[in-house]
Design a protein around this ligand. Structure first.
Ligand SMILES: Cc1cc2nc3c(=O)[nH]c(=O)nc-3n(C[C@H](O)[C@H](O)[C@H](O)COP(=O)(O)OP(=O)(O)OC[C@H]3O[C@@H](n4cnc5c(N)ncnc54)[C@H](O)[C@@H]3O)c2cc1C
Length: 407
């Protein structure tokens, strides 16, 4: 395992740091302290994305000819680390550039790629992923949104759920069922769609955090051209696998307070029995979080080493997400409990640690579900890493129309 940057990586990091120091400061001076989930925040995010694209720091691994940076995966990781340290990073583009546009690049015709890739890199247009449905989440191949061919068009009816950003996105990739007579994985087809089409209705889902990032999305006789198809008819599952493979990489890490922040809080807050840092059972927990954090750190080094040597990383991102999301939830639970009645405060102005633990308490459950739930990731690790027997899949060869629905 390599713990240090190679001379070329160190030089790239230095260059990225210098660029960030100059441009992040200019960005902050221009936009000030914009509040998340506001139109100003979105505008600032688009502006930052455009600034990065102009300098070759957006989509670093994509060819320069389509607006990318023409760089390597390790450079992309290094820039991401430095951008994180600079405290900048807007979430609006993660799904589009991490999952949807790579799928478009892999399966769309040249005209579509020419039209959409560059505006997405520059942050001018944002994409969402329309896969999950009430009847198809972990088992997304059980989805029911139906696309029926009508001449040179397809007519789409159905519903998606948990679609991040659907309300502000311009385009989306949509997985549909085109043939119910074959087993569930074989009758699917993928399309790209215009989210502003009047036949697409977004209904917001309000979250316990006060945010509004997800939507239910309804399609009522949405007509799309056959040229909007991504991949062959009936090959939607293969197309979706490309998106999902990218999703595991994009959702891998977690931000938020770490074990050092909990330790600081435990030193500062004193209950009737004194500060929590003196409590033996709390100290044991702290030791567990420290060990987990070190394990995650070295696992990340392993990923970095693989990328640095031009290899494909292994299943670390699945392991990393399970550990980091559960750790985040556990630390936040303990920190908020430690704050006692003040734990109910979440306003950064009044809450301890500027409400960071309250934020992570409300975000952690979502992180344990997004991009594969804990249980699904454990199945993947069991089957693909440890070689254990596969999960029971009784409906694998059953035509979709014959699957029991409970109705
Ligand atoms: C933050 C966030 C963002 C999201 N963004 C998007 C998005 O942009 N687009 C999109 O399409 N979807 C999105 N989703 C939806 C997400 O993909 C699904 O929530 C996820 O796949 C789980 O599906 P489900 O919610 O239907 O739960 P279910 O699949 O119904 O699972 C319910 C429970 O059963 C368990 N379970 C299911 N199958 C198995 C099994 N085989 N073995 C053991 N246990 C099992 C699960 O682990 C879970 O505990 C998002 C979700 C979150 C939380």
């Amino acid at each position: 395992m390599d713990f240090n940057d190679s001379p070329e990586e160190a030089a790239y990091r230095e260059k990225a740091r210098a660029w960030l120091a100059e441009n992040a400061a200019a960005h902050r001076a221009k936009w000030g302290d914009v509040k998340p989930n506001t139109p100003e925040h979105m505008a600032a995010g688009k502006d930052w994305q455009a600034t990065k694209a102009a300098a070759g720091y957006a989509c670093i691994t994509w060819p320069a000819a389509i607006g990318g940076g023409g760089g390597t995966p390790i450079q992309s990781v290094i820039f991401g680390q430095e951008e994180g340290k600079a405290g900048l990073g807007y979430g609006y583009f993660t799904i589009g550039l991490g999952m949807c546009v790579p799928t478009v690049m892999a399966f769309a015709n040249d005209e579509t790629k020419k039209r959409f890739v560059s505006p997405a890199v520059k942050g001018e247009e944002i994409w969402c992923q329309l896969f999950s449905e009430p009847a198809g989440g972990s088992d997304v191949a059980a989805l029911r949104t139906r696309a029926v061919k009508d001449g040179d068009e397809w007519v789409i009816n159905g519903q998606k759920v948990w679609t991040t950003g659907a309300h502000y996105c311009d385009y989306g990739i949509l997985l549909t069922r085109t043939d119910p007579d074959v087993p569930k994985h074989k009758g699917l087809t993928m399309f790209w769609i215009d989210m502003k089409d009047p036949a697409v209705e977004c209904r917001p889902i309000h979250q316990m955090s006060g945010g509004r990032e997800f939507n239910e999305v309804y399609f009522t006789d949405l007509r799309v051209k056959d040229s909007q198809r991504l991949g062959e008819v009936g090959q939607g599952w293969q197309v979706a696998l490309v998106t999902l493979m990218n999703e595991r990489l994009a959702v891998g890490g977690s931000s938020g307070p770490n074990y050092r922040d909990v330790m600081k809080l435990a030193r500062e807050l004193a209950g009737p029995a004194g500060p929590s840092i003196k409590d033996q059972s709390f100290r044991e927990k702290l030791a567990d979080w420290y060990v987990q954090s070190e394990g995650l750190k070295f696992t990340r080094f392993r990923t970095m080493t693989a990328l640095s040597r031009g290899q494909t990383p292994g299943p670390e991102s699945s392991i990393g997400k399970i550990i980091s999301a559960n750790q985040m939830q556990d630390m936040a639970n303990n920190a908020v409990e430690m704050e006692d009645q003040y734990g109910i405060l979440s306003d950064p102005e009044t809450a301890a640690a500027e409400g960071a633990f309250q934020q992570s308490l409300m975000w952690a459950p979502g992180l344990r579900i997004a991009g594969g739930t804990d249980e699904i990731l454990k199945n993947i690790i069991a089957e693909r890493v440890l070689g254990l027997p596969g999960d029971v899949r009784v409906d694998k060869d059953v035509p979709f129309k014959d699957m029991p629905t409970g109705r």
